[in-house]
Design a protein around this ligand. Structure first.
Ligand code: G6Q
Length: 552
């Protein structure tokens, strides 16, 4: 497609709008009744992962049109550019190479004529060696005690991915090693961790690609001060504080020993960085072999994404179906519902991955995009959410798509509970799709008098036709989790390509940061304020009522 031609000016775009108008009253119930093979035709499998996308408001024609859209948007061409290391993050003039992080050592990928794969492996090996020495007790604190607590201080991409993966892979975790995550600059986050750990047995990982993120640096300084207040010395810091960063000299300025700084690369965005040394806390938790399996899972999904035909390509299908709703049905949100306690932070990770990547209304060349793009991603673990927001999904007025993520086996020997969990997941997707008609509701209320039936029956109607994808995983293990995360990365990428968005920058995060820098000193002074009346009022109210408890 010619860069000057926006995707919404193409004929296929108009055809999709027309197709939506002509199919929007189709009920999925009918689609299933008409075609008993619908599941057979609309599911895909890759290793231990199976995607059932049959419960969507789509027909074979819809898929054909969407695939044509992907072809016209040159999804294949952009994918090749990404994997070859071309600088597709145009606004920051950077390559986008999270897929290279998952490559075997013998493959070469060049950025500015330099093969980056040996660098990746050298740094990963350093991190693995370090993690193993912590795990096997060789790396001790200054007193010779083993490390029992790892505190990862980082935010955004330097937090969400590692925390989510660590929680998800708890059954693979070393039992005598606790991994804590501190992201929020709200002191409660840090203090709640510090109150439970012993400095001589703790290792702080300062995870910051830029090493300039104010929240992370302040938390790191507070942790360091606490460490010294507990009777440790400046000299001990080198043993108990390490860093992951692409700004090595800044980490050194902070006081971190050069040999304890693990490098990150310019061409990995924070939200894609869990596969890199940013995953050091995960490596400490689950060990080298498991982390390598996690990378292998990501690589298996990459291979599938790069080579499978679009019609059978799992990330592409998810992407196109999502885009069908967001752009052509104008839906605003998409729910992520993992039926797995370990995946309870998955929605938070995907929120960042998706919303920071595609929450944009300006295209990669600076043009305004005159159509709906990135959805609001939200979600919660099942079954808990059934007792909370599912009411709105079943009977609310909005079309909301969801992904149900369900492991077939649990690591805990709780088969009875697990079957109840899975039954609930399947039941929800069935109910959301099928719904209940007024006639069916009346039929269920035969025992009541007419007046009560007239009052109750409409309230018991479920419109149904609410779409969902179901992803079944054999179990949540490192390999399958790697496939799952890489799948979502590619899903987001494909949508960004079709919408014409640069999914790899995040200018929207900057403005608030600049204003916070201005407001922070104003909170502690009495000088004049020059914001809008609301912001002035809030600052003045804070000044009046805040009790300064600073011990800095
Ligand atoms: C992610 C974003 C952002 C980033 C954090 C932390 O893609 O870039 O969430 O990860 O702002 O940045 P640092 O790692 O540089 O501290």
């Amino acid at each position: 497609m010619n860069p000057s031609c926006s995707i919404n000016q193409t004929a296929i775009w108009a055809q999709l709008h027309q197709h939506q108008r002509s199919t929007r009253f189709l009920h999925m119930r009918e689609l299933f009744e008409q075609d008993p093979d619908r599941f057979e035709k609309m599911h895909e499998q890759l290793n231990g992962l199976m995607l059932d996308y049959s419960k969507n408001r789509i027909t074979e024609d819809t898929l054909n049109l969407l695939i044509e859209l992907a072809t016209i948007a040159d999804v294949r061409g952009w994918t090749d550019k990404m994997r070859r290391g071309e600088k597709i993050n145009i606004s920051e003039n950077r390559a986008v190479l999270h897929t290279a992080l998952r490559l075997p050592a013998e493959v070469a990928v060049y950025v500015d004529n330099h093969n980056v794969v040996p660098d990746i492996h050298a740094e990963l090996e350093r991190a693995f060696t370090f993690a193993e020495s912590v795990r096997n007790g060789e790396y001790t604190g200054v007193t010779g005690e083993t490390i029992t607590d790892i505190v990862n201080i980082g935010i955004g991409g330097s937090h969400l991915g590692p925390e989510m993966v660590t929680l998800a892979l708890r059954p693979f975790q070393q039992p005598n090693l606790n991994v804590h995550y501190v992201a929020n600059v709200d002191g409660a986050n840090l203090m709640e961790v510090l109150n439970t750990i012993k400095p001589s047995r703790s290792l702080f990982i300062i995870a910051s690609k830029s090493f300039t993120t104010p929240e992370t640096l302040l938390n790191a300084q507070t942790a360091r001060r606490w460490f010294l207040q507990q009777g440790m010395t400046e000299k001990d810091i080198a043993r108990h504080f390490i860093a992951i960063s692409s700004a090595v000299s800044k980490a050194q300025d902070f006081g971190i020993d050069a040999q304890n700084i693990f490098a990150m690369f310019d061409w990995v965005g924070g939200r894609f960085s869990v596969w890199s040394t940013i995953g050091l806390s995960v490596m400490c938790a689950i060990g080298k072999k498991n982390f390598q399996d996690f990378l292998a899972g990501g690589r298996a999904m990459d291979e599938h994404f790069f080579t499978a035909p679009l019609r059978h390509n799992i990330p592409v299908l998810l992407s196109l179906i999502g885009l069908w709703y967001h752009t052509f049905y104008n839906t605003t949100s998409h729910a992520i519902i993992p039926y797995d306690h370990g995946l309870r932070r998955l929605a938070a990770h995907l929120q960042q991955l998706d919303m920071e990547s595609n929450g944009k209304q300006v295209g990669r060349y600076g043009e305004h995009l005159d159509f709906d793009t990135g959805p609001v991603i939200w979600g919660e673990e099942g079954v808990n959410c059934q007792h909370a927001f599912f009411q709105l999904l079943h009977q609310g007025p909005r079309l909301i798509s969801s992904d149900f993520i369900v492991p077939i086996n649990s690591f805990y020997h709780v088969s009875t509970q697990h079957k109840m969990l899975v039954a609930n997941a399947f039941a929800q997707t069935e109910a959301l799709m099928h719904g209940k008609t007024l006639a069916e509701a009346y039929a269920e209320l035969m025992h009541l008098d007419n007046k009560s039936r007239d009052m109750l029956a409409p309230q018991k109607v479920f419109p149904g036709n609410q779409p969902s994808n179901t992803l079944l995983l054999d179990e949540i293990n490192p390999f399958n989790l790697g496939m799952l995360l890489a799948m979502y990365e590619h899903k987001v990428f494909v949508q960004g390509i079709i919408w014409g968005i640069n999914s790899f920058d995040q200018w929207g995060v900057e403005y608030g940061k600049v204003l916070a820098k201005k407001i922070q000193p104003e909170l502690g002074t009495t000088g004049p304020l020059q914001h809008d009346a609301s912001t002035n009022g809030l600052i003045a109210y804070f000044r009046k009522h805040h009790h300064d408890t600073n011990t800095n």
